[in-house]
Each structure stands twice: as C-alpha cells, then as structure tokens.
Design a protein around this ligand. Structure first.
Ligand code: SF4
Length: 761
C-alpha cells in the first residue's frame, strides 16, 4: 500500500508551523529587543529549543534548528541515503523527497536521452526508488524535473525552513522560505529526527526600488548583485530582498534571484510573502497554503520599521533601482564577473574572449520556469516572423514535467522548434552539471557559449577548459542564439534577415503564469509505502556504482606526526576541483571509485599543473589520488593545503569524504566555504585555517608536518603545527578552527554518523 496521506505534501505540517508563529515571534521580539527582519522571524520560529530563550549573535553563535523538510537530488541522495541507512531508523522524521535529475545526459533530445539515462543509471534509480519507498520518502522519477523547480511547484511555502543536499536549495527563497544547501550528512541528521546546526547568519539587505522594463529580467538583479558582492561576499549571510521592486517580481523570478545567491556564497536568500507568491501558490494547486499563510501574513515578511530604516537592522545594505537596471552577461569562468550588455563588446575585445557563439542553452533550476520559457519563446517567435535565420544551436531543458507539459500545450515549445537547430532536452539538469555530450568538446578548442544557468566554472558544462561560458537571462540567451554573437545588444543593435533587411528584435513578452492554468499528465512522482519494512534495498557487492559504507575510524587521540603535504592547491579550489562532476557523477554512490577523482582539478602550487603531485616516498610525480593511495598504503599521514574560500561551489560531501576515505588527516587553508567546512567536520576530518594567511607561502613541497597540540583540541583554542623543511629548518604555524564541543566529538568519534550510531545504542 502506498501512503494514504502522503507526508511529503503535508499541509497539516505547514499549518502547525504557522500556528506556532505568533507565540514564537513574540518570544523572539522580546529577546532580540528590536524589530525583526523576515530572516530572523523564520530562524527564530524554527529553533530546536522552541521559544527563544536567548538572542543569538549573528556571525558567531551556533544554533540548533528544526527544519520543516528535506530535499535531495539523485547525485547527492545516493550518499545521503547510504548514510541514512546506517543510522538505524525505520522512517524519516520530517517530510523528505529525492529527485532524479542530475544523471541524465543531454545529447539528441528529450525522449531518447531520457531512455538512455534510465538505461545507464537503472541501478542507481532502482536503489533510490527502493530506499525512498522503504523509509517514507517521496521519489520524483527521472524526467519529473529539476529538484528546485519541483520543490517550488510542490513544497516550498512562505516562512518555512528547508534543507537540501544541493547548494541551489536556496531557490525556494522565491516562495519566502529559508532554504539552505547542506551536505548529505546534515540531511541525515534531520531525517533521523535530530537538530540541525548552523552558525547564526549575518544579514544583507537588498532594497529593490523601481520596476524592471524592456529586456531586463530577474536574472539581471542577481547578476548585478554577484558583481557587487563577488563569489565570497555573501558568505555566512542571508540575503533578504525587499522594497517595491521586490513586490513587482514574479515568484519564479524571485526564485532565480535566490537560486544564484549560492554563487555569492550566501547561506540563503529570501523574500517576504506577497501577492506574487499568492498567485504562484494558487496556480500550482496550493490555495490551502495561501489560506493558511494569509492568517499570519504580517509574520511572513520583515517588520515595517526594518524596511523603513534598513541600515539599522542589516549588517550590509545594497540598493538597486530596477528601473535603471540593464541586461548583464556574467563570466567567463566565474559568475561574479558582471558586464552590462552595452559594455560587453569592449571588454570582450580587451580580454580576447571569443565573440562567436555556437551553443546557447536555456534551462537549469535557475531559469526553467513557465515564465522563462514563454519570454524566451517570444524572442524566437519574433526573429522567425522577421525572417532572421538563427546562427547558434539553442538547447532547452524545461524545469519540470509540469512546465514542459504546459509549455507544450501553450505552443512555446513549438516556437522553439521553429528555430532551426533547437533541441528540447529532458526536464533535468543536463549541460548545467556537465551532463552534455557536446560534439567536438574533446578537441579543447577555445570557444564561447551562453546559458541561463548559475555556474560557469571552467569545464562545468562540456568538460572543455577552453569553453568560455557566460551567464545571462533566458531572453538574452535567446537573442544571442539568434545573432550568434555575444556582443549583440538587442536594445540597440539590428540583425540582417534573409531578405537582407535590417531588423530589430522586439522586447520580450511572456506570461508569469499560464492563463489556462498548469497541466500535467504524469508528473513523475512515486509515493512511498505506508509500511516500508518489507521493502528490500539491494546493493550488489560487485557494483561499481553503489557501495555500502563502512565506518571511518575514530581518532586515536594522538597528535598527527610525520605528515606529508599531498598538495598545496593554488588559487580557486571549488568542490568541482576537489571532486569533479561530469563523468564522475556515476560514482556518487561508490566512495572508493569516486575517490579516484580526488583533487584532480586542483592546481598544484609547486608546478602550477593539475593532477600532478610529488610522491615524497619515491620522489616521483603522479596523479593526486594515486599518490595519496600510496601514502595510505605506507601508513604515512598527509595534509592538504588550500587558498581562499576553499571548497566553494556545491554541497557535495564527496569532496570531504574522499580525502577522509583515502587517509588525508587535515585540510589547512586560508579560508573555507561554509558548506564544505561543515562537511569536513561531519566526516571527522580536521578542517583548519591559517591564523596568518601569509604562512601559506612558507609551506614547501618537501615539508614534514607535525601537529604539536592536537591532543588538547578544544573550542576556540588555536592549533600549533610544525613544518620541518627539507634543509632541516622549521616554521611554526598557528591554525584557527571553528569546532565547538559537539563537532570535536564528531572528530573524536570519526564522524558525526559514528556519533549518531553510538547514541542510538
Ligand atoms: Fe541541476 Fe544545475 Fe540546478 Fe545544480 S545548478 S540543481 S546541476 S540545474
């Protein structure tokens, strides 16, 4: 039997959250002693302890929260659920869903690609389907859509708190949630009914004035914000958008803005409850949520005094006038390199960026809504009507089956099909996560692409390090696809049509929501069994895709001595550099196999090459995973050294589990990205930072490292490391850490999961 009442669509849970709001807000108001931002309201109503008993210091206090729900995508769900299976529970404690969206490659088009994806990944999909069935988790099958679009359409609700095993979980801020990307280990805690810990975020306010017009899109708001704040500027912060401009944006437009909050390192982003959310909730079949939310609407947005004098209540304030905002192209290689379209040509020429575009892509969780497709389709329709022959290939990944089905019914997909060389791909991540079989990419030629995705790190889309990827709104992507040039400015430039005439493209037109309502035939959802005890989850011991986990060993209580420096990573080292995606995605459920990609994308500071490090035991250079396996086999401890914002990018805990599995003892960096730092802690790894960043330069390739006082590991106490150089001289380097008592217990137990199991016994 399937669940009679499917907990994953739990309106009763939402009502319970709302019922407690007035009392908890009153308690928070009294404790905090001043008007509250929306972010604070959501945080304080989700305290694990119940009503607030103390004011938490932003940027400093660790706080236990009780999130309302959990979402997982297929690539990260494998490891999360393998870990959950170890926790000894029979059902998840909060509504949870898993979404099969990352593993389907884009090649020829939706139908064939989807079938091919299912054939290739059936073992993993069957595993996810059966684990979900067993433990009460809703499963969205391959082709159902991209996790964050599906969550926005079905689960997100104003004032709620959610965690998800994907950094773009933050997308749900578009419906007024505090939704945060975490590692699988955090999801396991919450699904196992435990508290979830987060450092109380600082708050950045973004006041939006004016109203967008013409070619400007919600995407341009976040492209502009990324340019202002950079990839590190949001670290440790919630970005709260408000003002008349915020109210003028659609809910999915708000989702786009919140989605790319991940690109500025923000913990999450959110918007206050407003009419756009009411419209979206009602259109997606959730009038009951609107009715419930309306009863406490005053609590689902920041206090009027906060928005009247925001400089007094936010740690940082940004103001953007939407009336003056123009379209942007961000990139290449980093999402914060923001250029207004009007300035693009000069900048591209100065930097030698290729201007011709072969591929333009619309989709990803960031920009694949009905509104996005309708606005991009209007551009294509206009170009076709004006006799313009499009130059580039246009690929489209709709965000969900519901979006695709409705867009098909309303003729937008046909509009794209009129575009010579358009390819409608599966409702899945596809090229956004390197799942793109792009013909010729292996040649490594220098080229440019444009897409409406969020990330544009080197190699991310097609694996070619010389592909310059630029991020823009779907409508700008469509315009560039038609012109074939990145420097095409549709506001001022004309195109030559097939009759040789100069024509100008009309401004985009679209629909916030379908006039005839959303429709879908089969949304691809699988409800879990009411009693999953008899459901068998099979993992073959010979599988190369899935591997049951073994416990990481507990700390032996001793100082680490005689360690070698496996690699000193130079510059940007994202989770893509530490645990590459693309072809490696298929090993996300097999720790030993995926460990063969450990740090292969990181640049070795000693030779400026990737995947080439010195094996101090032999003096020879080898690939990072192979050298680390050799150290492990010889019983030699190692450390990894890194630069600023180490581990930025995604929530994948593989980037923490792989070094742990292969025997790396510590990661010492100038600074960490938040999610990765937490992931290291969860896996029982030592993640520490230079007290003096300049000490990074003192570390030499042949050094031997001794920890002098790890045996006195305690909160707030620096660690002392001795680096013995090849010539016998030494440097003493002090390291900071952010471990609290509980996190030190994780370290001692070998991992957070080890500790959960010990406590279960
Ligand atoms: Fe999928 Fe790309 Fe969104 Fe990640 S960012 S969930 S890979 S579409």
């Amino acid at each position: 039997t399937k669940l009679k009442y499917d907990m994953t669509f739990d309106i009763d849970m939402i009502k319970k959250v709302y019922e407690r709001y007035p009392e908890r807000i009153a308690a928070a108001r009294q404790i905090v002693g001043k008007p509250l931002t929306l972010s604070e309201k959501i945080l304080y109503t989700h305290l694990w302890e119940g009503n607030a008993t103390q004011a938490y210091e932003r940027g400093n206090s660790y706080v236990d929260f009780a999130p309302d729900r959990v979402a997982m995508q297929d690539a990260t769900a494998q490891m999360a659920l393998l870990q959950f299976m170890q926790a000894g529970k029979t059902k998840v404690a909060v509504p949870s869903t898993a979404h099969a969206d990352h593993l389907i490659q884009a090649k020829v088009g939706a139908d064939k690609d989807l079938q091919e994806g299912i054939n290739k990944n059936s073992e993993v999909f069957n595993f996810l389907s059966s684990v979900c069935d067993k433990y009460g988790i809703g499963f969205w099958k391959p082709g159902a859509g991209i996790i964050h679009q599906v969550v926005l359409e079905n689960y997100a609700f104003p004032g709620g708190m959610m965690i998800g095993t994907d950094s773009h979980t933050v997308n749900a801020g578009g419906l007024g949630m505090v939704a945060i990307g975490v590692g699988g280990a955090d999801a396991v805690d919450v699904m196992a009914g435990m508290a979830w810990e987060l450092k109380m975020p600082k708050l950045i306010g973004v006041k939006l004035t004016g109203k967008m017009n013409g070619w400007t899109s919600a995407k341009d708001v976040i492209l502009k914000v990324a340019g202002i704040l950079t990839v590190k500027g949001g670290t440790g912060c919630i970005v709260e958008y408000f003002g008349e401009g915020a109210e003028s944006l659609s809910a999915t437009g708000k989702g786009t803005i919140c989605n790319m909050g991940a690109e500025i390192g923000a913990t999450t982003s959110t918007f206050g409850y407003d009419d756009s959310m009411r419209r979206y909730l009602a259109a997606t079949g959730r009038q009951d949520v609107v009715d419930a939310a309306d009863q406490i609407a005053e609590h689902l947005t920041g206090d009027a005094e906060v928005y009247a004098n925001p400089e007094q209540y936010f740690d940082q304030l940004i103001e953007i006038n939407l009336s003056e905002l123009t379209p942007h192209l961000n990139g290449p290689f980093t999402p914060d390199l923001a250029t207004p379209v009007a300035e693009f040509r000069a900048k591209a020429e100065a930097n030698g960026w290729p201007l011709e575009v072969e591929w333009a892509l619309i989709g990803s969780c960031t920009n694949s809504s009905y509104e996005d497709l309708s606005r991009a389709a209007s551009i294509v329709e206009d170009a076709v009507a004006k006799g313009v022959k499009p130059k580039a290939i246009l690929g489209i990944n709709p965000g969900s089956e519901q979006v695709k089905f409705t867009a098909e019914r309303d003729g937008f997909l046909d509009s794209f099909r009129k575009f010579e060389n358009a390819r409608i791909f599966t409702n899945a991540c596809g090229p956004c996560i390197g799942q793109w079989d792009r013909e010729g990419a292996e040649k490594g030629e220098k080229n440019s692409i444009i897409h409406s995705f969020n990330r544009n790190f080197a190699k991310r889309a097609d694996g070619n390090p010389n592909t310059h990827a630029f991020v823009a709104s779907p409508e700008m992507v469509a315009a560039v696809a038609i012109s074939g040039r990145l420097d095409f400015n549709p506001i001022t430039d004309t195109l030559t049509n097939q009759a040789g005439e100069q024509v100008k493209l009309d401004e985009p037109k679209g629909f916030e929501l379908p006039e005839k309502g959303f429709a879908v035939d089969d949304n691809g959802y699988q409800a879990p069994s009411e009693d999953g005890s008899s459901v068998v989850v099979n993992v073959s011991p010979t599988s190369d895709r899935l591997q049951l986990l073994e416990e990481f060993p507990a700390w032996d209580g001793k100082n680490i001595e005689g360690a070698k420096v496996l690699i000193k990573a130079f510059g940007k080292c994202t989770t893509d550099h530490i645990s590459m995606a693309g072809p490696w995605l298929k090993y996300r459920g097999h720790l030993d196999n995926i460990s063969n990609n450990m740090l292969i994308g990181a640049v070795n500071a000693y030779n400026m090459e990737t995947n080439k490090v010195k094996n101090e035991l032999t003096g020879e250079y080898g690939e990072v995973p192979a050298v680390q396996r050799a150290y492990k086999a010889a019983g030699v401890p190692t450390i990894v050294v890194g630069d600023q914002n180490y581990g930025e990018g995604s929530s994948r805990e593989h980037a923490a589990m792989e070094p742990r599995h292969l025997g790396v003892k510590a990661v010492l960096v100038k600074s960490f990205a938040r999610i990765h730092e937490t992931n290291l802690k969860k896996q029982g790894m030592l993640g520490i930072t230079f007290a003096n960043e300049a000490d990074y330069d003192k570390i030499q390739e042949d050094d031997t490292v001794n920890f002098l006082d790890l045996d006195q590991f305690a909160p707030g106490k620096q660690l002392t490391l001795e680096f013995v150089h090849a010539d016998g001289t030494k440097d003493i380097i002090m390291a900071n850490h952010t471990y609290n008592d509980q996190q030190i217990d994780w370290f001692k137990a070998g991992s957070a999961l080890n500790l959960i199991k010990q406590q279960e016994k």
